[in-house]
Design a protein around this ligand. Sequence first.
Ligand code: PLP
Length: 460
Amino acid sequence: MDTLSFSNDPEHVVEADRAHVWHHLSQHKPYETVDPRIIVEGKGLRVWDIKGKEHIDAVSGGVWTVNVGYGRERIGKAIADQVTKMCFFGGTMGTIPGAQFSEMLIDKMPGLDRVYYANSGSEANEKAFKMVRQISHKHHGGKKHKILYRERDYHGTTIATLSAGGQEERNAQYGPFTPGFVAVPHCLEYRSQDGSVGEEYAEKAAQAIEDVILAEGADTIGSLCLEPITAGGGIIVPPKGYWDRVQEICKKYDILLHIDEVVCGVGRTGTWFGYQQFGVQPDIVTMAKGVASGYAAISCCVTTNAVFEMFKDDTDRMSYFRDISTFGGCTAGPAAAIENMKIIEEEGLLANSTAMGVHLKDNLHGLMEKHRWIGDVRGMGLFAGAELVTDRQTKEPVDEKQVAAIVADCMAQGIVIGATNRSLPGFNNTLLFAPALIATKDDLDQVTDAVDQAITRVLG
Ligand code: PLP
Protein backbone atom coordinates (compact mmCIF):
# COMPACT_ATOMS: atom_id res chain seq x y z
CA MET A 1 0.00 0.00 0.00
CA ASP A 2 1.26 3.48 -0.86
CA THR A 3 0.70 5.15 2.52
CA LEU A 4 2.26 8.43 1.32
CA SER A 5 -0.69 9.14 -0.96
CA PHE A 6 -3.47 8.79 1.61
CA SER A 7 -6.88 9.23 0.01
CA ASN A 8 -9.24 11.67 1.74
CA ASP A 9 -12.14 9.84 0.24
CA PRO A 10 -14.63 9.63 3.15
CA GLU A 11 -15.04 5.87 2.94
CA HIS A 12 -11.30 5.34 3.00
CA VAL A 13 -10.79 7.71 5.95
CA VAL A 14 -13.54 5.98 7.94
CA GLU A 15 -12.10 2.54 7.20
CA ALA A 16 -8.54 3.63 8.07
CA ASP A 17 -9.83 5.12 11.31
CA ARG A 18 -11.88 2.01 12.10
CA ALA A 19 -8.89 -0.21 11.39
CA HIS A 20 -6.16 1.64 13.27
CA VAL A 21 -7.23 4.50 15.52
CA TRP A 22 -7.87 3.80 19.19
CA HIS A 23 -10.23 6.61 20.23
CA HIS A 24 -10.04 8.27 23.63
CA LEU A 25 -12.70 7.37 26.18
CA SER A 26 -14.32 4.96 23.72
CA GLN A 27 -15.78 1.48 23.77
CA HIS A 28 -14.82 0.24 20.30
CA LYS A 29 -17.23 -2.67 19.95
CA PRO A 30 -20.00 -0.52 18.37
CA TYR A 31 -17.56 0.70 15.70
CA GLU A 32 -17.69 -2.77 14.18
CA THR A 33 -21.08 -1.77 12.79
CA VAL A 34 -21.37 1.99 13.33
CA ASP A 35 -19.01 4.39 11.57
CA PRO A 36 -16.63 6.36 13.78
CA ARG A 37 -17.43 10.07 13.47
CA ILE A 38 -14.71 12.09 11.77
CA ILE A 39 -14.72 15.88 12.05
CA VAL A 40 -13.12 17.60 9.07
CA GLU A 41 -13.75 21.31 9.34
CA GLY A 42 -14.77 24.02 11.78
CA LYS A 43 -15.75 27.68 11.59
CA GLY A 44 -16.84 29.72 14.58
CA LEU A 45 -19.08 27.50 16.66
CA ARG A 46 -19.83 25.06 13.86
CA VAL A 47 -18.13 21.85 12.76
CA TRP A 48 -18.72 19.59 9.76
CA ASP A 49 -18.22 15.84 9.79
CA ILE A 50 -16.83 13.78 6.95
CA LYS A 51 -20.31 13.06 5.67
CA GLY A 52 -20.89 16.81 5.30
CA LYS A 53 -23.26 17.15 8.24
CA GLU A 54 -23.14 20.48 10.08
CA HIS A 55 -23.22 20.65 13.88
CA ILE A 56 -23.31 23.42 16.46
CA ASP A 57 -20.59 22.47 18.91
CA ALA A 58 -21.75 23.32 22.44
CA VAL A 59 -18.75 21.64 24.06
CA SER A 60 -15.82 23.41 22.36
CA GLY A 61 -14.19 20.44 20.69
CA GLY A 62 -15.78 17.77 22.88
CA VAL A 63 -13.67 18.56 25.91
CA TRP A 64 -14.24 22.32 26.51
CA THR A 65 -11.10 23.51 24.80
CA VAL A 66 -11.70 25.67 21.71
CA ASN A 67 -12.56 28.84 23.64
CA VAL A 68 -12.15 31.22 20.70
CA GLY A 69 -13.92 28.99 18.19
CA TYR A 70 -12.74 27.31 15.00
CA GLY A 71 -11.05 28.63 11.90
CA ARG A 72 -9.00 31.46 13.40
CA GLU A 73 -6.58 32.19 10.58
CA ARG A 74 -4.48 34.56 12.65
CA ILE A 75 -3.65 31.78 15.12
CA GLY A 76 -2.74 29.44 12.26
CA LYS A 77 -0.54 32.12 10.72
CA ALA A 78 1.16 32.96 14.02
CA ILE A 79 2.00 29.28 14.52
CA ALA A 80 3.24 28.86 10.95
CA ASP A 81 5.40 32.01 11.10
CA GLN A 82 6.87 31.07 14.46
CA VAL A 83 7.67 27.41 13.76
CA THR A 84 9.20 28.29 10.40
CA LYS A 85 11.52 30.73 12.13
CA MET A 86 12.22 28.76 15.30
CA CYS A 87 10.19 25.64 16.05
CA PHE A 88 11.69 24.34 19.22
CA PHE A 89 14.35 24.63 21.78
CA GLY A 90 13.98 22.75 25.03
CA GLY A 91 15.77 22.13 28.26
CA THR A 92 17.33 25.15 29.92
CA MET A 93 16.85 27.66 27.07
CA GLY A 94 13.97 30.08 26.56
CA THR A 95 12.20 31.32 23.43
CA ILE A 96 10.66 34.65 22.40
CA PRO A 97 7.01 33.47 22.40
CA GLY A 98 7.62 31.71 25.71
CA ALA A 99 8.81 34.98 27.26
CA GLN A 100 6.06 37.06 25.62
CA PHE A 101 3.20 34.81 26.66
CA SER A 102 4.48 34.54 30.24
CA GLU A 103 4.40 38.34 30.50
CA MET A 104 0.86 38.50 29.08
CA LEU A 105 -0.35 35.74 31.37
CA ILE A 106 1.15 37.10 34.57
CA ASP A 107 -0.46 40.45 33.76
CA LYS A 108 -3.85 38.68 34.07
CA MET A 109 -2.92 36.94 37.31
CA PRO A 110 -2.05 39.48 40.04
CA GLY A 111 -0.04 37.89 42.81
CA LEU A 112 1.45 35.18 40.58
CA ASP A 113 4.86 35.42 38.98
CA ARG A 114 6.29 32.38 37.23
CA VAL A 115 5.14 30.26 34.30
CA TYR A 116 6.39 26.69 33.85
CA TYR A 117 5.51 25.29 30.42
CA ALA A 118 4.27 21.78 29.68
CA ASN A 119 1.84 20.12 27.27
CA SER A 120 -1.28 18.82 28.93
CA GLY A 121 -3.43 19.50 31.95
CA SER A 122 -2.29 16.26 33.55
CA GLU A 123 1.32 17.20 33.05
CA ALA A 124 0.87 20.70 34.50
CA ASN A 125 -0.74 19.15 37.58
CA GLU A 126 2.09 16.63 37.89
CA LYS A 127 4.51 19.55 37.88
CA ALA A 128 2.56 21.19 40.70
CA PHE A 129 2.59 17.95 42.72
CA LYS A 130 6.32 17.58 42.21
CA MET A 131 6.90 21.17 43.34
CA VAL A 132 4.94 20.49 46.52
CA ARG A 133 6.89 17.30 47.18
CA GLN A 134 10.23 18.97 46.59
CA ILE A 135 9.32 21.90 48.83
CA SER A 136 8.41 19.37 51.51
CA HIS A 137 11.79 17.67 51.22
CA LYS A 138 13.81 20.85 51.07
CA HIS A 139 11.93 22.90 53.66
CA HIS A 140 9.99 20.49 55.90
CA GLY A 141 12.20 17.44 56.20
CA GLY A 142 9.93 15.53 53.81
CA LYS A 143 7.04 15.55 56.25
CA LYS A 144 4.67 18.05 54.64
CA HIS A 145 4.21 15.91 51.55
CA LYS A 146 0.53 14.99 51.40
CA ILE A 147 -1.71 16.44 48.72
CA LEU A 148 -5.41 16.91 49.39
CA TYR A 149 -7.90 16.59 46.55
CA ARG A 150 -11.69 16.69 46.48
CA GLU A 151 -14.27 14.04 45.66
CA ARG A 152 -15.71 14.53 42.15
CA ASP A 153 -12.75 16.69 41.01
CA TYR A 154 -10.47 15.46 38.23
CA HIS A 155 -6.87 16.49 37.66
CA GLY A 156 -5.65 14.25 34.90
CA THR A 157 -5.13 10.86 33.44
CA THR A 158 -1.67 9.80 34.62
CA ILE A 159 -1.31 7.53 37.63
CA ALA A 160 -0.21 10.37 39.94
CA THR A 161 -2.99 12.71 38.80
CA LEU A 162 -5.51 9.87 39.09
CA SER A 163 -4.21 9.42 42.63
CA ALA A 164 -5.65 12.90 43.13
CA GLY A 165 -8.77 11.95 41.18
CA GLY A 166 -12.22 12.00 42.74
CA GLN A 167 -14.13 10.24 39.97
CA GLU A 168 -15.02 6.57 40.00
CA GLU A 169 -15.20 6.21 36.22
CA ARG A 170 -11.71 7.55 35.65
CA ASN A 171 -10.04 5.73 38.55
CA ALA A 172 -11.57 2.24 38.71
CA GLN A 173 -9.17 -0.56 37.67
CA TYR A 174 -6.11 1.70 37.41
CA GLY A 175 -4.85 1.24 40.95
CA PRO A 176 -2.78 0.81 42.95
CA PHE A 177 -2.29 4.54 43.16
CA THR A 178 0.50 6.75 44.41
CA PRO A 179 0.56 7.17 48.18
CA GLY A 180 0.25 10.57 49.85
CA PHE A 181 -3.00 11.77 48.25
CA VAL A 182 -5.98 12.25 50.57
CA ALA A 183 -9.60 13.01 49.61
CA VAL A 184 -11.80 15.72 51.08
CA PRO A 185 -15.59 15.80 50.57
CA HIS A 186 -17.17 17.51 47.55
CA CYS A 187 -19.22 20.70 47.84
CA LEU A 188 -22.33 20.00 45.78
CA GLU A 189 -25.00 21.92 47.63
CA TYR A 190 -27.79 20.25 45.61
CA ARG A 191 -26.81 16.98 47.27
CA SER A 192 -26.46 18.38 50.76
CA GLN A 193 -26.92 15.45 53.15
CA ASP A 194 -28.36 17.37 56.09
CA GLY A 195 -30.53 19.88 54.26
CA SER A 196 -28.22 22.83 54.90
CA VAL A 197 -27.94 25.28 52.00
CA GLY A 198 -26.12 28.46 51.01
CA GLU A 199 -23.51 29.83 53.37
CA GLU A 200 -24.35 27.25 56.02
CA TYR A 201 -23.62 24.46 53.55
CA ALA A 202 -20.46 26.27 52.38
CA GLU A 203 -19.24 26.48 55.96
CA LYS A 204 -19.85 22.77 56.53
CA ALA A 205 -18.20 21.74 53.26
CA ALA A 206 -15.12 23.82 54.11
CA GLN A 207 -15.14 22.57 57.70
CA ALA A 208 -15.01 19.03 56.28
CA ILE A 209 -11.69 19.97 54.67
CA GLU A 210 -10.36 21.29 57.96
CA ASP A 211 -11.48 18.08 59.68
CA VAL A 212 -9.43 16.01 57.22
CA ILE A 213 -6.42 18.26 57.80
CA LEU A 214 -6.69 17.86 61.56
CA ALA A 215 -7.15 14.09 61.28
CA GLU A 216 -4.12 13.73 59.01
CA GLY A 217 -1.99 16.27 60.86
CA ALA A 218 -1.53 19.72 59.32
CA ASP A 219 2.25 19.31 59.41
CA THR A 220 1.92 16.41 56.93
CA ILE A 221 -0.05 18.36 54.30
CA GLY A 222 1.72 20.28 51.56
CA SER A 223 -1.12 21.41 49.32
CA LEU A 224 -4.82 21.43 48.63
CA CYS A 225 -5.65 20.92 44.96
CA LEU A 226 -9.13 22.02 43.82
CA GLU A 227 -10.97 22.89 40.65
CA PRO A 228 -12.56 26.35 41.04
CA ILE A 229 -15.78 24.88 39.65
CA THR A 230 -15.79 21.10 39.46
CA ALA A 231 -16.13 20.43 35.74
CA GLY A 232 -16.52 16.82 34.58
CA GLY A 233 -17.64 15.80 38.07
CA GLY A 234 -20.90 17.75 37.86
CA ILE A 235 -20.46 21.49 37.10
CA ILE A 236 -20.33 22.22 40.81
CA VAL A 237 -20.23 25.91 41.71
CA PRO A 238 -19.34 26.22 45.39
CA PRO A 239 -21.77 28.35 47.36
CA LYS A 240 -20.83 31.79 48.68
CA GLY A 241 -18.41 31.65 51.57
CA TYR A 242 -16.76 28.36 50.59
CA TRP A 243 -13.69 29.83 48.95
CA ASP A 244 -13.14 32.40 51.71
CA ARG A 245 -13.02 29.62 54.26
CA VAL A 246 -10.79 27.45 52.05
CA GLN A 247 -8.33 30.31 51.74
CA GLU A 248 -8.42 30.90 55.48
CA ILE A 249 -7.81 27.20 56.21
CA CYS A 250 -4.84 27.05 53.84
CA LYS A 251 -3.29 30.12 55.46
CA LYS A 252 -3.94 28.83 58.97
CA TYR A 253 -2.14 25.52 58.36
CA ASP A 254 0.51 26.76 55.91
CA ILE A 255 -0.90 24.66 53.08
CA LEU A 256 -0.30 25.71 49.48
CA LEU A 257 -3.50 26.34 47.56
CA HIS A 258 -3.25 24.80 44.09
CA ILE A 259 -6.14 25.67 41.79
CA ASP A 260 -6.67 23.56 38.69
CA GLU A 261 -7.89 25.92 35.97
CA VAL A 262 -7.49 23.39 33.16
CA VAL A 263 -11.18 23.82 32.29
CA CYS A 264 -12.20 27.11 33.91
CA GLY A 265 -9.12 29.04 32.85
CA VAL A 266 -8.85 31.59 30.05
CA GLY A 267 -12.33 33.00 30.00
CA ARG A 268 -14.60 30.01 30.37
CA THR A 269 -16.48 31.41 33.38
CA GLY A 270 -16.39 35.08 32.31
CA THR A 271 -13.19 36.11 34.11
CA TRP A 272 -9.69 35.19 32.97
CA PHE A 273 -9.58 32.50 35.64
CA GLY A 274 -12.28 30.76 37.61
CA TYR A 275 -10.66 31.52 40.97
CA GLN A 276 -11.03 35.24 40.22
CA GLN A 277 -14.81 34.82 40.49
CA PHE A 278 -14.35 33.97 44.15
CA GLY A 279 -11.73 36.51 45.18
CA VAL A 280 -9.28 33.84 46.21
CA GLN A 281 -5.49 34.05 45.93
CA PRO A 282 -3.82 30.74 45.00
CA ASP A 283 -0.16 29.79 45.33
CA ILE A 284 -0.15 27.54 42.26
CA VAL A 285 -2.45 27.61 39.23
CA THR A 286 -2.46 25.01 36.46
CA MET A 287 -4.11 25.52 33.08
CA ALA A 288 -4.27 23.88 29.67
CA LYS A 289 -7.33 23.55 27.44
CA GLY A 290 -8.28 27.15 26.65
CA VAL A 291 -4.72 28.49 26.82
CA ALA A 292 -4.34 28.09 23.06
CA SER A 293 -7.89 26.87 22.37
CA GLY A 294 -6.54 23.57 21.02
CA TYR A 295 -4.69 25.20 18.10
CA ALA A 296 -1.47 23.88 19.69
CA ALA A 297 -0.67 21.80 22.75
CA ILE A 298 0.35 23.91 25.72
CA SER A 299 -0.17 23.87 29.45
CA CYS A 300 1.22 26.02 32.24
CA CYS A 301 1.94 25.62 35.90
CA VAL A 302 1.98 29.14 37.31
CA THR A 303 3.32 29.94 40.78
CA THR A 304 3.84 32.83 43.14
CA ASN A 305 7.28 34.26 43.59
CA ALA A 306 7.31 32.79 47.11
CA VAL A 307 6.95 29.27 45.68
CA PHE A 308 9.58 29.98 43.03
CA GLU A 309 12.05 31.34 45.57
CA MET A 310 11.95 28.07 47.51
CA PHE A 311 13.87 26.46 44.63
CA LYS A 312 16.64 29.06 44.53
CA ASP A 313 19.68 28.06 46.52
CA ASP A 314 23.00 27.75 44.78
CA THR A 315 24.60 26.25 47.87
CA ASP A 316 22.40 23.17 47.49
CA ARG A 317 23.03 21.36 44.23
CA MET A 318 19.69 19.52 44.33
CA SER A 319 17.48 22.48 45.20
CA TYR A 320 16.47 23.55 41.68
CA PHE A 321 13.30 22.12 40.18
CA ARG A 322 14.78 19.01 38.57
CA ASP A 323 11.94 18.59 36.11
CA ILE A 324 11.70 18.88 32.35
CA SER A 325 9.05 18.66 29.68
CA THR A 326 10.67 18.14 26.28
CA PHE A 327 7.80 19.67 24.38
CA GLY A 328 7.54 22.51 26.88
CA GLY A 329 10.14 23.91 24.47
CA CYS A 330 7.77 23.99 21.47
CA THR A 331 7.10 27.51 20.30
CA ALA A 332 3.80 26.65 18.58
CA GLY A 333 2.03 26.58 21.98
CA PRO A 334 2.93 30.05 23.24
CA ALA A 335 2.68 31.53 19.72
CA ALA A 336 -0.92 30.27 19.55
CA ALA A 337 -1.61 31.28 23.15
CA ILE A 338 -0.54 34.89 22.48
CA GLU A 339 -3.03 35.26 19.61
CA ASN A 340 -5.70 33.41 21.57
CA MET A 341 -5.38 35.87 24.44
CA LYS A 342 -5.39 38.87 22.07
CA ILE A 343 -8.58 37.58 20.43
CA ILE A 344 -10.32 37.20 23.78
CA GLU A 345 -9.35 40.73 24.70
CA GLU A 346 -10.05 42.41 21.35
CA GLU A 347 -13.43 40.74 20.89
CA GLY A 348 -14.56 41.22 24.48
CA LEU A 349 -15.10 37.49 24.96
CA LEU A 350 -14.97 37.60 28.75
CA ALA A 351 -17.98 39.91 28.74
CA ASN A 352 -19.67 37.73 26.13
CA SER A 353 -19.08 34.64 28.24
CA THR A 354 -20.73 36.37 31.19
CA ALA A 355 -23.70 37.74 29.24
CA MET A 356 -24.32 34.61 27.16
CA GLY A 357 -23.85 32.48 30.26
CA VAL A 358 -26.83 34.27 31.79
CA HIS A 359 -28.86 33.58 28.64
CA LEU A 360 -27.85 29.91 28.62
CA LYS A 361 -28.85 29.49 32.26
CA ASP A 362 -32.14 31.31 31.64
CA ASN A 363 -32.88 28.89 28.81
CA LEU A 364 -32.00 25.90 31.01
CA HIS A 365 -34.21 27.23 33.79
CA GLY A 366 -36.97 27.54 31.19
CA LEU A 367 -36.47 23.86 30.35
CA MET A 368 -36.55 23.06 34.06
CA GLU A 369 -40.04 24.56 34.30
CA LYS A 370 -41.16 22.37 31.44
CA HIS A 371 -39.39 19.09 32.24
CA ARG A 372 -39.71 17.60 35.71
CA TRP A 373 -36.55 15.60 34.94
CA ILE A 374 -34.29 18.59 35.44
CA GLY A 375 -33.52 18.77 39.16
CA ASP A 376 -30.88 21.48 39.17
CA VAL A 377 -29.25 23.98 36.83
CA ARG A 378 -25.74 25.19 37.67
CA GLY A 379 -22.95 27.12 36.07
CA MET A 380 -21.03 30.31 35.54
CA GLY A 381 -20.29 32.06 32.25
CA LEU A 382 -20.46 29.77 29.27
CA PHE A 383 -20.12 26.71 31.41
CA ALA A 384 -23.37 25.17 32.59
CA GLY A 385 -24.93 21.90 33.63
CA ALA A 386 -28.45 20.52 34.05
CA GLU A 387 -28.68 17.63 36.50
CA LEU A 388 -31.28 15.02 35.53
CA VAL A 389 -33.23 13.16 38.20
CA THR A 390 -36.16 10.75 38.09
CA ASP A 391 -37.83 12.49 41.02
CA ARG A 392 -37.17 15.96 42.40
CA GLN A 393 -37.88 14.81 45.96
CA THR A 394 -35.60 11.76 46.09
CA LYS A 395 -33.12 13.24 43.56
CA GLU A 396 -32.54 9.74 42.18
CA PRO A 397 -30.24 10.20 39.18
CA VAL A 398 -31.60 9.45 35.70
CA ASP A 399 -30.03 6.28 34.33
CA GLU A 400 -26.79 6.97 32.45
CA LYS A 401 -28.07 5.17 29.35
CA GLN A 402 -30.92 7.67 29.11
CA VAL A 403 -28.52 10.55 29.61
CA ALA A 404 -26.40 9.14 26.79
CA ALA A 405 -29.56 8.80 24.65
CA ILE A 406 -30.32 12.51 25.15
CA VAL A 407 -26.79 13.43 24.10
CA ALA A 408 -27.11 11.13 21.04
CA ASP A 409 -30.50 12.61 20.14
CA CYS A 410 -28.99 16.10 20.19
CA MET A 411 -26.13 14.87 18.03
CA ALA A 412 -28.64 13.51 15.50
CA GLN A 413 -30.20 17.00 15.47
CA GLY A 414 -26.77 18.48 14.71
CA ILE A 415 -26.09 19.79 18.21
CA VAL A 416 -23.08 18.53 20.17
CA ILE A 417 -23.57 18.61 23.93
CA GLY A 418 -21.86 16.63 26.69
CA ALA A 419 -22.59 14.82 29.92
CA THR A 420 -20.55 14.59 33.09
CA ASN A 421 -18.43 11.59 34.06
CA ARG A 422 -19.61 9.02 36.53
CA SER A 423 -18.04 10.69 39.55
CA LEU A 424 -19.69 8.47 42.12
CA PRO A 425 -21.50 5.19 41.36
CA GLY A 426 -24.77 6.11 39.62
CA PHE A 427 -23.82 9.70 38.95
CA ASN A 428 -23.19 10.81 35.44
CA ASN A 429 -26.52 12.46 35.10
CA THR A 430 -25.66 16.05 34.30
CA LEU A 431 -25.94 17.47 30.79
CA LEU A 432 -23.01 19.72 30.11
CA PHE A 433 -22.65 22.88 28.02
CA ALA A 434 -19.39 24.70 27.31
CA PRO A 435 -19.63 26.39 23.91
CA ALA A 436 -16.92 28.67 22.54
CA LEU A 437 -16.95 32.12 24.12
CA ILE A 438 -18.21 33.61 20.84
CA ALA A 439 -21.65 31.97 21.20
CA THR A 440 -24.67 34.17 20.42
CA LYS A 441 -28.20 34.05 21.82
CA ASP A 442 -29.38 32.46 18.60
CA ASP A 443 -26.75 29.70 18.83
CA LEU A 444 -27.71 28.98 22.42
CA ASP A 445 -31.42 28.96 21.62
CA GLN A 446 -30.76 26.32 18.96
CA VAL A 447 -28.82 24.26 21.50
CA THR A 448 -31.48 24.36 24.20
CA ASP A 449 -34.31 23.79 21.68
CA ALA A 450 -32.56 20.57 20.68
CA VAL A 451 -32.20 19.55 24.33
CA ASP A 452 -35.90 20.28 24.87
CA GLN A 453 -36.85 17.92 22.05
CA ALA A 454 -34.33 15.27 23.11
CA ILE A 455 -35.59 15.18 26.70
CA THR A 456 -39.18 14.84 25.50
CA ARG A 457 -38.26 12.00 23.15
CA VAL A 458 -36.09 10.09 25.61
CA LEU A 459 -37.77 10.71 28.97
CA GLY A 460 -41.26 11.81 27.95
N1 PLP B 1 -7.81 19.04 35.11
C1 PLP B 1 -9.10 19.15 34.78
C2 PLP B 1 -10.01 19.96 35.65
C3 PLP B 1 -9.60 18.52 33.63
O1 PLP B 1 -10.91 18.59 33.34
C4 PLP B 1 -8.70 17.80 32.81
C5 PLP B 1 -9.17 17.16 31.58
O2 PLP B 1 -10.33 17.13 31.25
C6 PLP B 1 -7.37 17.70 33.21
C7 PLP B 1 -6.95 18.34 34.36
C8 PLP B 1 -6.38 16.90 32.41
O3 PLP B 1 -6.05 17.56 31.25
P1 PLP B 1 -5.38 16.77 30.04
O4 PLP B 1 -6.43 15.89 29.45
O5 PLP B 1 -4.94 17.87 29.12
O6 PLP B 1 -4.24 16.01 30.57
